[in-house]
Design a protein around this ligand. Sequence first.
Ligand code: G3I
Length: 380
Amino acid sequence: MMMNRRKFLTSSSSLALSTYLMSYSGSSLASLIENTGLKDVFKDKFSFGTALSTATLSGLGNSSDQLKLVAKEFSSITPENDFKWANLRPKPNSWGWDLADKFVEFGQENNMQMVGHALVWHSQIPDNVFFDKKNKMLPRSHLLATMEEHINTVVGRYRGKIHVWDVVNEAFKGGRWRKSHWYNGIGEDYFEHAFRFAQNADPSAQLMYNDYSMDNSKKQQSVIAAINQCKRKGVKIDGVGMQSHLHLDGPSIKQIEQAILNYANAGLRVHITELEMDVLPKIQDYASADIGNKYAYREELDPYKSGLPLAMEQKLAQRYEEVFKLYIKHSDKIDRVTLWGTSDDESWKNDFPIKGRTNYPLLFDRNQQPKLAYFALKKL
Ligand code: G3I
């Protein structure tokens, strides 16, 4: 079974390559493929990034090949998990910097833009940050002091090295404030304070608000209103991260474009921060990345276990091309486009919102080979 799957994936990659070769008329093609990456295609438009997984930073499995591929193809990196509160600081006074430091070393060695993800989020954070031993919520002043100390410590450690911070992540659910422990314990001004603390800790870093479903009009209105309110008080917020967990079937290019325009018109820089393209049957609103949502496995919802049919590969390539053409059209507003992972095997979309499916959302296959979608972008 495994053999068949590998064969299928490899032959689909060579097909991707030959299709690309046929459609390209340049003379120095061989050297172009060998020496340049997608980062070179987009270098005058925006930085082009990927997320580094815990496994890759830990040196597990094929991580050294993965890191070589990342260095060739990408100009920006985001840690998928290793700057999150629970990973960095599983207990109040016990910090684990190893993987975060490795991330920064790799970025420096390869002269990359580095993104810190994420300082203030409702998820991946121990309950004892918010509650005492009797399970009573700690006072507002205590929570603000903890937030400030955490931001000072993390941002301070990498001051001048990490260029962009996702300061607050996923503060809104639809058009309303998410009733997170941060919100319940401090009030809606937790948002403003997080950005103030980050600005004090590194005044030169680019400070972002990051969320999924950012093309949803209710969310846009709430996000823009909250940011405007902060900016009126002199708080620095440079832009928004549109996570962009997309599906083959939506959202439409028009909808994404309108969102980019709305954020830009509000004076915000736009970063595309967690892009991938789900190809599996939808079970919920495809753009949602609310990790609380889980569904039971069913065979019919996992149709491509032994490989993605060519027609689907082509559809995926076409969708990536359309989306990137839009990003290029608005590259005066967009500073960065980051994929949420490099090869299909490491995507969180294999386990969300159903655990154990075989998904194909990224630009490289399970053997780290470029897919049709990769070559479609290389031609742009
Ligand atoms: O490292 C442990 C491992 O020791 C354990 O054996 C295993 C058992 O399940 O879990 C491993 O941790 C998992 C971790 O990913 C590393 O793979 C966690 O359970 C799992 O919850 C975690 O999921 C991450 C998720 O955020 C929650 O933090 C995904 O990898 C990551 O892609 C995802 O990223 C988020 C962004 O930060 C914010 N936007 C949405 C996006 C998707 O949810």
